[in-house]
Design a protein around this ligand. Structure first.
Ligand code: ATP
Ligand code: MG
Length: 250
């Protein structure tokens, strides 16, 4: 599904991702954990084609296609989706309008207004969102948790093949966390893969990952099963730095 080999990424001439390898198979859920500033969001953003980042080495393929040869909208059309760590506010564009445009742009055939309306209602109800949100401007004045819920709503509408979720669980109350997990589990199946970037083991109780990776200083330094997330919570990143930090391992 997704294959990242020796990926190197720079921002303003500074190397942030320093030779990262990751393979995500069909239907697999991967979690990436790692300290602040280790390059997790950089990885997510570069996969979706954020113009700020410069890829200086390595390769990324999605279903065998060179991701960096594709424009961001082409990536979305192929089924890649990113839920942002900090979703942007878009005054003047309602949630419903945004969803209509986004969904129709990835579909072969446009949905009729009635079909679209029903789909939005259905997915909003899964996310336990008040239907009034459909008419509000995208993310404008949304609380942190409402923004995150809205990201998952977009994901449910778009039905991506690969979702990258950048700290979608941060700032959620316990109920919202379960709703977000429900949204993800709704899509879970052989045709859906996900990369969940998180700081907390908590969400992984609701969305069981097949693999857990630890990112440190621009690389994945160790990987394991879901027990690795528990071990991390227990031992902290100082343990990771000592075991896998620069100088201890090539
Ligand atoms: N636009 C930018 N300009 C300069 N430096 C940047 C920029 N974007 C990211 N960086 C730097 O790259 C490093 C990695 O940032 P990134 O956001 O990828 O980390 P992260 O692992 O997502 O951290 P967090 O857990 O805090 O979200 C940081 O040191 C950050 O300051
Ligand atoms: Mg981040």
């Amino acid at each position: 599904m997704l294959k990242i080999e020796n990926l190197q990424v720079e921002i303003d001439g500074q190397e942030i991702v320093k030779g990262l390898d990751l393979e995500v198979g069909k239907g697999e859920i991967h979690a990436i954990m790692g300290p602040n500033g280790s390059g997790k969001s950089t990885l997510a953003n570069v996969l979706m084609g954020h113009p700020r980042y410069e890829v200086t080495g390595g390769s990324v393929t999605f279903q065998g296609e060179d991701v960096f040869e594709l424009e961001p909208d082409e990536r979305a059309k192929l089924g890649m989706f990113l839920a942002f760590q900090y979703p942007s506010e878009v005054p003047g564009v309602s949630v419903a309008n945004f969803l209509r445009t986004a969904v129709n742009s990835v579909r072969e055939e446009e949905l009729s207004p009635m079909e679209m309306y029903r789909l939005i209602q259905e997915k909003m109800s899964i996310m336990q969102m008040d239907p009034k949100f459909a008419e509000r401007y995208l993310n404008e004045g949304f609380s942190g948790g409402e923004k995150k819920r809205n990201e998952i709503l977009q994901m449910l509408m778009l039905e991506p093949k690969l979702a990258i979720m950048d700290e979608t669980d941060s700032g959620l109350d316990i109920d919202a966390l379960q709703v977000v997990a429900k949204g993800v589990n709704e899509l879970r199946g052989p045709e859906f893969s996900a990369v969940i970037i998180t700081h907390y083991q908590r969400i992984l109780r609701y969305i069981e990952p097949d693999h857990v990776h630890v990112m440190l200083d621009g690389r994945i330094v160790t990987s394991g099963g879901k027990e690795l997330a528990l071990e991390l919570e227990d031992k902290g990143y100082e343990w990771v730095r000592q075991e896998f930090g620069a100088g201890t391992q090539s």
